[in-house]
Design a protein around this ligand. Structure first.
Ligand SMILES: *[C@@H]1O[C@H](CO)[C@@H](O)[C@H](O)[C@H]1NC(C)=O
Length: 370
């Protein structure tokens, strides 16, 4: 009995260390069936591996490439996880590629994605169209616009004549978004220092907020945010956000379009403000520990720490952690007391769809390649 117990402990230590090993190698013609947590779309296996790395829970994946024909599932990047960190089964399947998350490899948080994808369209997420002479110039346009994450260019042989030479700039979130923010007694939440977007070379500005003020403009998007400063961070990263209002009651961050006039109205409990795209606003929101606030979901893993301050340090030191929730020692449910949940969101360019189209070229911005 005792030996069995020790064996069990040894086995679990082994699997723990295995799952924390850096394994960059891709396994061609190998499928990891089952253990799926989410399916995302990706133009190639390397991008899929980066998505798995940035997905909070993904530990390994299987990728179905462009040539995959079964059930229209080409470009599927199947994100997977298991309690041991290992795929339960590895089976040979011609044409698919599997591999592991690069989380243990101290991955670059902003991977350079230099590949061009001729014959692939990344439909959706457009925010601007312009004309450029070739795909390279379209990519330069994308690289120079901080909101642009990926693009699609239609060349001089594109079937629809009057859409030739069109360059579409496309958006996905490059700063962490939080799926759930809610009040919960006995927990503390906050961000990693890394959540502050370094904007070298930009002059410092105040990041002015209008306290107890609503901006009566139409919302483009409403999403959860932790604080007025975090809401400003989201507005600055968005393509068309002209101003924002943060509602502290329900943690709603309302991003607003550009109207002809900005009408400010007194309203208790809400804070409004403007994006800071060309200057570096006060980033103090990043260091604030929010008492009684829970950032739900998005867990990478947890560690046990003595207090919220050590939890934030743990998050700062883990290259994968962007935000955290700490369960205080007096939390009602004893089993999760002192747990420091490390969390993250995907912030690399992630096209919502990928399709095969003749005479187009798609790709990603090169800002991370310098
Ligand atoms: C702000 O004003 C707009 C327009 O009147 C309204 O739709 C919106 O609900 C207000 N927001 C808040 C937080 O009161």
């Amino acid at each position: 009995m005792k030996t069995l117990f020790i064996l069990g402990v040894l086995l679990s230590i082994c699997s723990l260390s295995l799952s924390q090993e850096c394994r960059e190698q891709l396994l061609e013609d190998v499928d990891f069936p089952g253990s799926d947590i989410q399916t995302v779309i990706s133009p190639d296996v390397d991008h899929c591996q980066q998505l798995c790395t940035q997905h909070p829970a993904c530990l390994f994946f299987t990728y179905l490439p462009a040539e995959w024909t079964q059930n229209n599932r080409n470009f599927f990047c199947l994100l997977k996880s298991s309690s041991s960190g290992e795929p339960k089964v590895k089976t040979p399947v011609q044409g698919v590629t599997s591999g592991f998350s690069l989380k243990p490899c101290r991955p670059d948080p902003k991977p350079c994605l230099p590949r061009m994808y001729p014959g692939l369209d990344f439909p959706g997420a457009d925010y601007r169209a312009l004309f450029t002479e070739d795909a390279e110039e379209c990519r330069r346009a994308c690289t120079q616009d901080p909101a642009c994450q990926f693009f699609n260019f239609q060349n001089g042989r594109f079937t629809i004549e009057n859409l030739r030479y069109t360059c579409y700039l496309k958006f996905s979130w490059a700063v962490p978004t939080l799926p759930i923010v809610e009040r919960k007694a006995g927990v503390v939440s906050g961000f990693s220092k890394k959540a502050e977007t370094p904007q070298w070379g930009k002059p410092v500005c105040q990041g002015k907020l209008f306290l107890n003020t609503n901006i009566t403009e139409e919302n483009v998007l409403v999403l959860p945010a932790a604080s007025p400063g975090h809401c400003q961070n989201l507005c600055s990263a968005h393509t068309v956000c002209a101003s924002f209002t943060f509602v502290s009651d329900n943690f709603n961050c309302q991003l607003k379009v550009n109207g002809n006039a900005m009408i400010l109205k007194a309203k208790a409990g809400v804070t409004s403000g403007l994006p800071a795209r060309f200057c570096r606003p006060d980033n103090s929101w990043v260091n604030v520990a929010l008492e009684g606030v829970d950032f739900g979901g998005s867990d990478i893993r947890f560690e046990v720490t003595d207090d919220a301050a050590s939890c934030q340090r743990t998050c700062n030191e883990d290259s994968n952690c962007q935000f955290y929730t700490y369960v205080k020692p007096d939390f009602p449910e004893t089993s999760i007391r002192r747990r420091c949940f490390l969390k993250r969101a995907i912030t690399m360019p992630a096209p919502p769809r990928v399709t095969k189209v003749d005479n187009v070229v798609s790709g990603f911005q090169l800002r991370n390649c310098l």
